[in-house]
Design a protein around this ligand. Structure first.
Ligand code: SF4
Ligand code: SF4
Length: 302
């Protein structure tokens, strides 16, 4: 079975499903949303991260690099991405964690051991494990194995997905999942393509198919002023959700915050926020009212 990389494991999470949760973030995503808060989640492979403000200028990384891929300059370490093989030698010797590697392979047994350590918190709070990303559906065989093992131990299982995956795989995952956190962003296909890099037809078809199974679903809408907080988009989105078969999903509005810039800097990528802004309080309230008017239970902020 192909082993995916994990870029983060977050303990005591309270925004990824009910109760206290352990959230496991898979690397790799078929979408590339312009507002993505986790740019390190997009590529499936390991990546070198560098934080200039943490760098001590000791040059240890330069000495150990087998490819002469990193050099010390007046601005700190400069890495030649064409030479770098992401071997991790620099991160191992870096005394300040200025150099890090994002993405580590874990075996199923390792992950289950990490999950099982958290069960006292799950039991006390009604929590469980959430598989997120990136896109967990990119790693369905691995994900299914974990879901089945958690199910056998009576651990609540949530899957946080963009919905952009093979329908048959999504429905197989649904049989082993207690709650889906399903992202919906834009209803207009062309704008969805423009802002996320993919068409939304597969996502909407998958959501219909998933709802028809009776799966428990929470719809998550990242609300970004200038992108998707307009009335036509919200009316269409709420109307679509309200007409889904099965248990009516709750809808969670997640206001965009411009907080990810430092993560893009770590990857030496630019973060273009032009045309995107946090919604105002009035805009948030209007969005909640539009969605509530379609009979949906709406919450704001996770
Ligand atoms: S990850 Fe390896 S190849 Fe890349 S800069 Fe660090 S030591 Fe060099
Ligand atoms: S080892 Fe770490 S602290 Fe030292 S120069 Fe390299 S990145 Fe900076």
């Amino acid at each position: 079975m192909p082993q995916p990389l994990i870029f983060d494991i977050k303990r005591y999470s309270i925004n990824d499903g009910p109760g206290i949760r352990l959230t496991i973030f898979f690397k790799g995503c078929p979408l590339s949303c312009r507002w993505c808060h986790n740019p390190e989640s997009l590529a499936p492979g390991a990546q070198k991260l560098y934080t200039a403000r943490k760098c001590l200028g000791c040059g240890e990384c330069v000495k150990v690099c087998p490819r002469q891929a990193c050099q010390l300059s007046a601005e700190g370490i400069v890495t030649d991405v064409d030479l770098c093989q992401v071997c991790g030698a620099c991160a191992e010797v870096c005394p300040s964690r200025a150099s890090e590697i994002s993405g580590r392979a874990y075996s199923i047994a390792e992950l289950m051991a990490i999950i099982e350590k958290e069960t006292p918190f799950f039991d006390q709070s009604g929590g469980g494990v959430t598989f997120s990303g990136g896109e967990p559906l990119l790693h369905t065989p691995f994900l299914l194995d974990l879901l089945m093992r958690c199910g056998a131990r009576d651990i609540h299982r949530a899957v946080d997905t963009s919905g952009y995956g093979k329908t048959a795989e999504l429905l197989a995952v649904a049989k082993q999942t207690d709650l889906f956190l399903f992202d919906l962003k834009l209803m207009d296909a062309a704008r969805h393509q423009e802002f996320t890099g993919v068409d939304n037809r597969l996502i909407l078809d998958n959501l219909r198919a998933l709802a028809a199974t009776g799966a428990q679903i929470e719809i998550r809408v990242p609300l970004i002023a200038g992108v998707n907080d307009d009335r036509p988009n919200l009316e269409q989105l709420a109307g679509f959700v309200a007409q889904l078969a099965g248990t009516r999903p709750r809808l969670n509005l997640l206001p965009f915050h411009n907080v990810a810039e430092h993560k893009y800097q770590k990857l030496d990528q630019s973060y273009v926020v032009a045309g995107m802004a946090a919604p105002t309080a009035e805009s948030l309230q209007r969005a909640a009212e539009i969605c509530s008017a379609h009979g949906l239970v709406v919450s704001v902020g996770g």
